[in-house]
Structure formats: C-alpha cells, structure tokens
Design a binder for this molecule. Structure first.
Ligand SMILES: [Zn+2]
Length: 299
C-alpha cells in the first residue's frame, strides 16, 4: 500500500508517493499559492490526484509550517503562508479529496520521518532541527511526538539566545532563528561587512569553501548559536541524538563542527556524550516521508 506525503513550504510544495516502508516512489513539486486559500487547496488536490494515478493510496499526510492546534486541528497561523490562518486544512482537504488526510506541523513531520526511517531510527528520545528560511524543531520523546498541551511544542527557533538581539518575525527579539537560519546567516554576513555575493546562505558558503576567512567566520558564529540551543536541549531533555536537516545543511560540516564544539563547552559532559549531533539521513525528503509515515500510522 502507498501513502502520500506533502510538505508545504513558503515558496514551494513538495509531494511524494511513499511505500509502506518509507521509500519515495514518485515525487512532484509546485509553487506555493501563499496568498490564496482556494488556489492552495486546488494545488494540493492536483498534486495528490496526479500521484494517485499510478498506485492506490490509503491516506495523505500534510506537513505545514505553523501552529496547529492538536485538539481542534485548526492551524492558528503560518508565518510564511498568510492564507493559512485559523483554518482546519485537514477538514478542507479531506472534503475535497475523499481520502483520509492528516495534517501536522512540518518540523514534527520531519522529526517523525527521521525517527521512523532515518537518522533517529531505533531511538526513544531525539530532536530534529530543520534549518531553512527559519529554524524548525520537532521532538520525539519516549517514542512519540511531543506536541505539548495544544500542539505548539518544539518552537526551538523562538527560544531566546540574546536578550537584546535581533528582531524576529514572531515579534520578539533575540530568538535563535534570527541567527541560525538562511536569513540569519545573510544578516550576520552583512553585519560583518562581508564583501562579494551575500544574497544567499549558499553564496556565503561557497565563499567560505573558496577560502574566504570572513565567510567561514560567519558559519562558525552561526554554528556556535546552534550549539547553544543544542546544549540547552541536551541539558533539558537528555536526548539520544539531535538530527539536523534543512536547506542550510548543504553547509553541514562547518556548522556542525562549530555547534559540536559549543555543546562540549556548555552542556553537561555526561549528557552531551550520549547525544551525537548528526545530519539528516532523509534530507531533502524528511518532511514528505515523515508526513506519509504519519498518514500510514494514523490511518
Ligand atoms: Zn521569534
């Protein structure tokens, strides 16, 4: 039997047909109609219907960047997709598609994917951190997704690392996401007066790889902030692994080495020793595979 996993991003939607063991058999992409809910639902229904053409599908899982209420299924807000606000996307999609649909926070879906089929397989307690435009996080604790009282748990990106730090999209200041994200990296490069192309984290990474010491310093600084929140997670939760994925992880080694050094400086050594910080095994498919596995396990 096959399942469909969907990962709605701020700029593009990724959908895949996934078998019951978590292997992607076919995948599709479409731009995200972020401003118009009808267009968004039509796009999602179109992707699902194309993926249904080649195999019978049991259920669909959809990962959404935003706060999803676990009691009502309503997505309160999705910062990068303005048309998703106070709506029950699960209900709307299910009506349209006539097939069981499950929605979940996208980082939670990524965590579930890594736990089921990737770098977190066989672990009881792990965190998944997704570094892209922002910093997402999902927690698997005692073999299940930790969603908190309402479903809003795991917002590691908006935990504070600098009391008077940069302004964040969430309205607060000093959130780690303002440092550890593609946008944070660009801002750090700008503040350090980096010359050359600083239009994207990839461009800054390319400069670092070509031996530009300032560009390298941008990633080391970013990695240190990443290490601070990893140390906080390790001391708070005594995890077995922190799995890191997301677009920014193309620059994995530079960030991870700095983050691991920082963890060594800050976390309890006994706890840090039990918790390797590793790269995602499913990237770039952690979100779609996790969403499909959530559909499989809940249907
Ligand atoms: Zn914030």
């Amino acid at each position: 039997m096959h399942y469909i996993g969907v990962d709605i991003g701020g700029t593009s939607i990724k959908a895949a047909r996934v078998d019951s063991l978590g292997t992607s058999a076919e995948s599709l992409n479409a731009p995200t109609p972020a401003e118009n809910l009808d267009d968004l639902i039509t796009t999602l229904a179109g992707l699902v219907s194309r993926l249904q053409a080649n195999a019978p599908i049991s259920a669909v899982g959809v990962g959404i960047p935003g706060l999803r209420n676990v009691r009502t299924g309503v997505i309160q807000t999705s910062p990068h997709i303005p048309c998703i606000r106070n709506i029950n996307l699960q209900q709307l999609l299910q009506r349209r598609m006539a097939i069981p649909v499950f929605t979940e926070n996208d980082a939670n879906a990524g965590a579930y994917g890594e736990w089921r089929c990737g770098a977190g397989r066989g672990l009881q307690h792990m965190a998944y951190i997704s570094l892209g435009t922002g910093l997402g996080c999902g927690l698997m604790l005692s073999d299940s997704l930790f969603r908190g009282a309402s479903g809003y748990a795991g917002e590691l990106g908006h935990t504070v690392v600098e009391p008077a730090g940069r302004h964040c999209d969430c309205g607060a200041t000093g959130c780690v996401e303002t440092r550890v994200s593609a946008r944070g990296i660009i801002q750090t490069a700008r503040e350090r007066g980096l010359s050359g192309d600083i239009s994207s984290a990839q461009a800054i990474y390319a400069a670092a790889m070509q031996g530009n010491p300032e560009a390298k310093a941008v990633f080391v600084e970013t990695g240190r902030y990443l290490g601070m929140v990893c140390a906080n997670l390790i001391d708070l939760l005594n995890l077995q692994a922190i799995v890191i994925g997301g677009g920014v992880m193309a620059s994995g080694d530079l960030l991870l080495t700095a983050a691991t050094d920082e963890v060594r400086r800050r976390a309890f050594p006994a706890s840090a020793q039990d918790c390797p910080i590793v790269q995602s095994q499913l990237w770039p498919d952690a979100g779609v595979i996790g969403a499909a596995m959530l559909a499989r396990d809940n249907s």
